[in-house]
Design a protein around this ligand. Sequence first.
Ligand code: ATP
Ligand code: MG
Length: 347
Amino acid sequence: MMSPVTGITFTDFKGIRKGRVSLERFTLLIGRNNSGKSSVLEALFLLPLPYRETPYGNALSAIRSLHDTLGSRSFSFLLRDYISEGCRVEYDVDNGVRAAFSCVPADGVIDAEMSWFKGADRAASMRLRLGEGLELLHPKVHEISEIRKKLKSLGVPETLLIHPSLIQAGWDYIKAQWGRVTQRGLDRKVARELSRLVGGNYVGMTLEPLLREKISLNLQDEEGRRIRLGDLGDGVQILATVMLLVRLTGPDLLLWDDLEAHLNPQLLSFTLRWLDELAAGGVQVVTSTHSLEVLRYASQLLGDREWFGVRLLTLRDGELRPISLTRDKLDELLEAGVDVRVAEALL
Ligand SMILES: Nc1ncnc2c1ncn2[C@@H]1O[C@H](COP(=O)(O)OP(=O)(O)OP(=O)(O)O)[C@@H](O)[C@H]1O
Ligand SMILES: [Mg+2]
């Protein structure tokens, strides 16, 4: 079984000058806007290797796509204030294995490296040059799967990031992989899970054009009747996409930024239950939210699960300071009607 990531430490990475966040099996990140939640999740998505195939292309380029502006598509977002002398992120895995991602600007490009250590030994490393595009310096592309296997044997987790701006790419990936989805029976599995939510008795999914339109993903019931997922709502469509992506890629560490984007309250509580089940089954989960609905549910989880944690992030003068909320504290704040997401001054 994979070992969870227990902590992540930052030096001059994006907007974070310094700071450390400890992680549980299931961690909820909260905090006001610009408190560093997305930065933590993006840094975790660099694991196990920043250059590796994901449903959205290679991991680091997928993260960069979240930071593309009209005028710029560079990797300088990695550096604090875009000009710092370098960035460093350190990761601790539960079994004593550690990793470090670093980047150093040189002559208009950025040299980046991810190294894995077991004790004092360097177990694996990857070097990249980031300029207009991304150049893999070491290892060779065909050697990456070997390194991934080696890291897997060391208990290093594979990660998947769910982000509102990556859902479209995720959906395109599922369409392209539909053969594998049905072969492995993932469509039937997800259809049953979704039935609990939308209250039907769906036994499978189809990917086909209904009424000669664009291809749609449809739920199918026992009589063969189909309904387009989109007609059950945007949220259901997004949730189905996420569920299929997770079943298809089988991440050990699932990262979900802005959990409540597109999900109504009923879907949110269903999604939280689903994440809770994933975590109970051994998948590590880190998710961020602005939703009070989620925080009420979190209070329940804090009482029931010793491996669930809430971190209220604050970022001041570049210093990231997470506050761990206990159930009592969270309930106290919720009962007092305090907006927990901005409650750091009271804690
Ligand atoms: N390269 C960078 N240099 C300096 N500051 C940066 C850099 N990249 C991001 N920031 C800043 O870091 C802060 C944290 O951003 P982040 O996106 O992680 O916050 P967040 O908690 O996810 O916010 P939101 O709730 O709006 O999603 C923001 O103020 C952002 O502008
Ligand atoms: Mg964010």
